[in-house]
Design a protein around this ligand. Sequence first.
Ligand SMILES: [Zn+2]
Length: 268
Amino acid sequence: MPELAEVEVARRNVASWWEGEAAAEVRLLDAKVLKRGSERELEEAMLRPLVAMRRRGKYLWAELEGGHAVMFHFRMTGKITCETTPQPRFARLAWRVNKAGWLTFKDSRRLGHVEVLSPGELERYDALLRMGKEPHDISAAELREAASAGRQLKSALLDQSVVAGVGNIAISELFWRLQLPPEVRCGELSSLQWQALAEEMPRYFDEVIARSMADEIAYMNEAGGENIFEVYGRKGEACPRCEAAIERVKVAGRSTYFCPACQPPVNA
Ligand SMILES: [Zn+2]
């Protein structure tokens, strides 16, 4: 599942391939990929000049002239690549731009989808209306305010209405960097820790974006996908800080990787 950093990498790539142009041709190769709007609406929208590729949290969309938008949901294995032919393996939707070739929405597991939005619909898009601030924009005070004290910090950060784009991988990495135990509750953080969290979030995402700039998203569970993280997915390996063995625990229903030595429970 792509998190903020992967979606931002995709946004920058697609913008560089597509910007300043209208698609010359659109081919919907798998009707199942289109979850909202008709094929005709999709084509009408995508044949308009691109205004900008936009991202909020984990959401990515193309803004097209006249207020039309096309939203891309990658889910588990979706990605947009730049190809020389319109029908590479797993292609669901392809559109040709003169500068770069065929931009292709590929998805081996077919869980991702595309939505076409008419003018005015983006402004009423529920998930965007409910979304919290971006990690780069939120202050420590706003973060603390948005997360309720009795709640586990992990569950608060996964809640996209608290802060946008933070996912399960980012949480393991941030907690390790800040030496927070995986089950810490919001009410247990000091002001200094809230400050450190608000500062570390944008730094973390900037680093992951810089490390993962490549022409396509490389999901870690795919062949050739490499683990660029310090603790995530590294159960049993040595902690990069103290060399204790990394452990894995389920918090808020999902795996958190942590170092039991660097991230001891609050009351220990
Ligand atoms: Zn450690």
